[in-house]
Design a protein around this ligand. Structure first.
Ligand code: ADP
Ligand code: UDP
Length: 236
């Protein structure tokens, strides 16, 4: 496999084409952004930690029968993945109230949600990723009813697998964001699952061990990601 041209430079990763039209390289950078790219900083080791963390989690999800982009860990900061035709929506499941839910509904942070909730957001920084529903997604042709149903079902299946995985490591999976794409006609999990895109709290103390440390200026961001990786047994 030969890495070719830069296809896209996102806020946290750079995407490269390869000599295989069905494969891409995802390069995880140290750039860390929040508030739709308004706050950006370089955090040492973050690219490496997230690349290995993502590979570990996607491997667990594959083993649980969830189709993922996973192909091969190439280096400390790069992974080979299936090239997906990305669906431009984010799928968010919440087990505990935090973040935009708390701001939007004025509810108390930390309340356990029963049942866990599901939300779609449109991937569009200029519009601040507005919440959309299944009608918008179909009406604008971002995904079909069948694809929507599959994304929801897979996002909840990820919750079953990862809630337990994190719980066994002394962590609460508060909420997370997934992105899906289409590969040979099938819905496949793409992008990443890392502490950049989920909330993880210590089970006992409820200390935040995710990107909220960056958003809220709490410091120790990468150290927290490394702590989570250590508890899960991710080799860094
Ligand atoms: P953003 O675009 O939000 O700034 P990133 O810096 O993470 O985010 O950039 C990665 C980009 O690559 C995203 O636009 C994401 O949708 C896309 N992407 C992630 N995984 C895949 C994949 N397997 N195939 C094609 N595109 C992908
Ligand atoms: N999230 C993400 N990318 C986004 C928006 C949200 O990875 O563009 C993640 C976020 O880290 C959290 C979950 O999705 O784990 C829910 O985020 P929320 O809607 O609460 O928004 P936030 O306040 O985090 O911007």
């Amino acid at each position: 496999m030969q890495k070719r041209d830069e296809l896209y430079r996102g806020k946290a990763k750079t995407v490269y084409t390869t000599d295989d039209p069905q494969r891409l390289v995802l390069a995880f950078r140290n750039d860390t952004s929040a508030f739709d790219g308004e706050k950006v900083e370089q955090l040492d080791r973050k690219g490496m930690v997230n690349n290995k963390f993502n590979h570990f989690i996607m491997t667990k999800l594959e083993q649980a029968g969830i189709p993922t982009q996973l192909d091969e860990l190439l280096s400390d900061t790069e992974s080979l993945v299936k090239k997906l035709d990305m669906i431009p929506v984010e799928c968010v499941v919440r087990n505990i109230a935090a973040g935009s839910l708390v701001r939007r509904l004025g509810v108390e942070e930390g309340k356990t949600l029963n049942p866990p909730t599901f939300e779609f957001f449109l991937k569009n920084d200029a519009l601040h990723d507005p919440m959309v529903n299944e009608y918008h997604i179909q009406a604008f042709g971002w995904a079909t009813a069948e694809q929507i149903a599959t994304m929801k079902q897979l996002t909840f299946k990820v919750n079953d697998v990862l809630k337990k995985l994190f719980e066994d490591a002394g962590l609460l999976l508060v909420d997370y964001k997934l992105e899906f794409g289409v590969f040979n006609g099938d819905i496949v999990l793409g992008d990443e699952f890392t502490p950049d895109g989920c909330r993880l709290w210590d089970k006992e103390t409820r200390e935040k061990l995710d990107k909220d440390r960056f958003r809220q200026g709490l410091g120790g961001v990468v150290e927290a990601y490394e702590e989570v990786a250590k508890r899960l047994g991710v080799s860094l």
